[in-house]
Design a protein around this ligand. Sequence first.
Ligand SMILES: [Zn+2]
Ligand SMILES: [Zn+2]
Length: 212
Amino acid sequence: MKNKIYRCSGCDLDVETTDYFDIEIRPKEGVCESSLDSMWCDLCENETKWFLGEGVPWKKGEQSMYEFEKRVTDRNLIKLEEEINKINKNISKLKDKVNNSSFYNFFYSSRLQTLEYLLESKTTEYHKSKKDVEKYMDNFSIDYWSKFKSTPKCIHCGNQSVNKDLLHSCGGNLYYEIINSDLHINYGLHQPNTKIEYDANGDSITHKMVKQ
Ligand SMILES: [Zn+2]
Ligand SMILES: [Zn+2]
């Protein structure tokens, strides 16, 4: 894992960024996932996650879009996937027959050819549909956020003034070094202990989860 240590040319500031390992940031129910960015926050005196109020490309998104939207648009893909699996099964069954019989070879071969042709066209259709769904989802996310005209906000304190020049409140310049922490983590099993939910304006509520 990589963290940063921020220092300042004008004072003895020395802060390590949080790795967000124990914090899950997600949209409130009914709100689309927004892009987030890591930026310095003057009020938190650290680098924090900022809500941007911008769309997230579907593939990059964690929660992607409304689950409902996703399910509706995915339905065709799932159907195609099932069809492809079925054709694949039939092909392997037929191949067994072709291998074990000489008499029906001609019949099975032409049947096999038909199935392979069908497989190819269904696979092409599947990839095309998948691209269409992704494009639809990307636009869905971008359209969603363009309606709100939200401004960036620190997810923790709601600060809206972005410190682009990395000037510290003391007047000095902020700079950082990247450090490798030796923490090795199994993300798959990990349960964050804090959940931050944001609404369409980027205002957030923090929930502390009680460990069972
Ligand atoms: Zn300073
Ligand atoms: Zn802040």
